[in-house]
Every structure is written in structure tokens, then in C-alpha cells.
Design a binder for this molecule. Sequence first.
Ligand code: NAD
Ligand code: TYD
Length: 350
Amino acid sequence: MKTMLVTGGAGFIGSNFVKHILGKYDNYRLVNLDALTYAGNLENLKEIEEGQKYRFIKGGIADRELVERIFEEENIDYVVNFAAESHVDRSIEDPEIFIKTNVMGTQVLLDVAKKNWVTGKDEFGYPVYRDGVKYLQVSTDEVYGTLGKEGMFKETTPLAPNSPYSASKASADMIVRAYNETFKMPMNITRCSNNYGPYQFPEKLIPLMIANCLNEKELPVYGDGMQIRDWLHVKDHCVAIDTVLHTGKSGEIYNVGGNNEKANIEIVKLIIKTLGKSERLIKYVKDRLGHDRRYAIENTKITTELGWEPSYTFEQGMKETIEWYLENQKWMDNVTSGEYKEYYEKMYNK
Ligand code: NAD
Ligand code: TYD
């Protein structure tokens, strides 16, 4: 039995990943550490039972005492760090929590893992680690900054993050990299493109547009709507992380992309069409500050070296995603009550 510490496992991608791992493997105990911020929701995991294979712990990754206690109580072999403040617009309003969680939290996880995993030193003084341990940092293509009409992000593209969110993720990547260089920490970093699928919090483009369409509310498109993102189904992303964790070469960074570039306005129109609504709902609003124009991922490293590739077409993925939101309107109502209502008023009715 191996034990995996998953952080942020009550969020969008994390909850999909918890279900992926527990559904696929019999030989894992999974410990989920999540602070349950506005984005974390235990309802996302309601079918998972606490027991020998699964334990939930409410708390923050920057809480060193708590993380130390978890490592004392559990024999952790893998850390998969999803926990983060993840929304660019919120990082523009209030950057500080992004640094605390995304940067400081990552450093605490690395440090406690190192303390627990090191068994001695080699002849040069570098730490030696227990067999079979690894730290995986879930990062983003946004660390590379923005592209013009041509080109794609490679793993070797220099980091040039533009928002407080992406700057915090790039900082975390740098710290993970430094732990590998200086302390030989066994690690991987994955940098994926925009995810979509079930359980995504409706502050993000796709679920926000679905929710507003269903409620006949205006669809706020930033600027000219021609910004381009590469879209990846969350289930494909979970398989990619599983693949990198188990077969990725330690110390390596892997880009994860869906080969699926779309302009925002195309997506909004697709959602309108699928739900049988009118394009009159579209409202072009003031652009996001520092808005990245285009993201595109070159993913040949993970496809050729590790044999992963996306399985969803965007058409199929979007069809299933829209159906999921239609069938789970209660989930949507629950997560959009309270704090989210205030956030929406503040951001969109300025
Ligand atoms: P999310 O906002 O849906 O979930 C984040 C989760 O982390 C929540 O459950 C939240 O409660 C938890 N959390 C926040 N602060 C915490 C803390 N201090 N300690 C413990 N838990 C904490 O985010 P997501 O979309 O699922 O993204 C997961 C990861 O993937 C993030 O690291 C994000 O940067 C990265 N990522 C996301 C996307 C995307 O399109 N969603 C794309 C690329 C990379
Ligand atoms: P988002 O889902 O916030 O992801 P990210 O900024 O991490 O790529 O936004 C995706 C794109 O959609 C981005 O170009 C901003 C745009 N967008 C809108 O036009 N309107 C909105 O209300 C939101 C939330 C996003």
C-alpha cells in the first residue's frame, strides 16, 4: 500500500483526481488536505467514504505544524499539490493570499516532505531519499506569459508570468526546481492549459457562461473576446498527472495541452447554441487588466516520452460538460450562494 497526500482535493481538478486515483488503484491510501476555501467543496467528493483508503483533513498547506503532523501520522510516499488560489481576476483584486498559499504553501510542503523523506547523505553531501517517493507540483501554462498569433509554449520557454496568479505559480515552480537542484528532491512539475469539465467553480469562463445562460443573465465577455486559450478536459488532465507521477523522469517538467485552441467568443457562442439561447445575451465588458492574449501548448514531450495523449474532443467534452451542469443545478445553486454572490456583484457590477 502506498500513501498519497493530495492537497486541494476538494477543488475542481483535485476532486476529479481523487476519484480517478481511488477508482483506478486498489493499492493507494489517499490523504486529502484542503482548506475548504470558497473554491473547495466536500459535496464534490460525496461518493467517497472515509476509511482505510481515504482520509480528509481540513487545513492549509502553509500550516507547517499541521503538515508535519500529517507526515508523522501517515507514511506519505507521494505529494500531489493542487492546493492554490486559482483565479486570475481575484489575484488582480487581492494578490496577497496568492503569495501566501501558492508560494509559501508550496515551500512548506517541500520542506516537510524533504525532512521526512531524506535517509542520509551521499559523498558530496546531497540528501539521499527513501525509495519510491516523489513530489508533483501541478502548475499552469500561464507561467510562460502570453503569445502572439504564432508559436507555442515549450517546457524550455522562459517564464514570463503577467498576473499576480501566474507570478505566484511561477515562483512556486522555481522553488520546486531549486529543491531538485540543491537538495535532489525527486519531483515533477506539470504545466497544463485551461481545464474544463464537471465540478468547475462558476467563476471560470465555461461554467460562468453556462450558469448565466441558464438564468438568462448577461454573458460578460472581456475586451473583444478574441483571446485564445487551449482547452483540456479535466479527466484527460487527471490521467496526465497519474502518468507523470508514475512514469515521469524525476526532475522533469511536462507540458500538458489539449491541442485545442479556441477564442473565448467561440466558446460563449457554442454554449449559447447548445442551450438554445440568444446571442443577445452577450455583453462585451471592460477588458481584464494585463489580459494574456493567447496560450498554446506544445505537448510533444509528454506524448512521445510518456505516451499520454488527450482522449476527449472538445465537441464531446463540451457536450458532456454542459449536460453535467444541467443535471447538477443544485450543486451550482449551492456553490453560488453566499460569498460568490458578493464576489459576482463586486466584479461584474462595478
Ligand atoms: P480550484 O480553485 O477549483 O481548487 C483549489 C482547491 O485548493 C480548493 O479546494 C481550495 O479549498 C484549496 N485550497 C486553497 N487554498 C488552500 C490552502 N492554503 N491549503 C489547502 N487547500 C487550499 O482550483 P483548480 O482549478 O482545481 O486548480 C487546481 C490546481 O491546478 C491549481 O494549482 C491551479 O493553479 C492548477 N491549474 C488549474 C487550471 C484550470 O484550468 N483550472 C489550469 C492549469 C493549472
Ligand atoms: P478564466 O476561466 O478565468 O481562465 P484564465 O484566465 O486562467 O485563462 O478565463 C478564460 C478566458 O475567458 C480569459 O481569456 C478571460 C475570459 N473571461 C471572460 O471573457 N469573461 C469572464 O467572465 C471570465 C471569467 C473570463
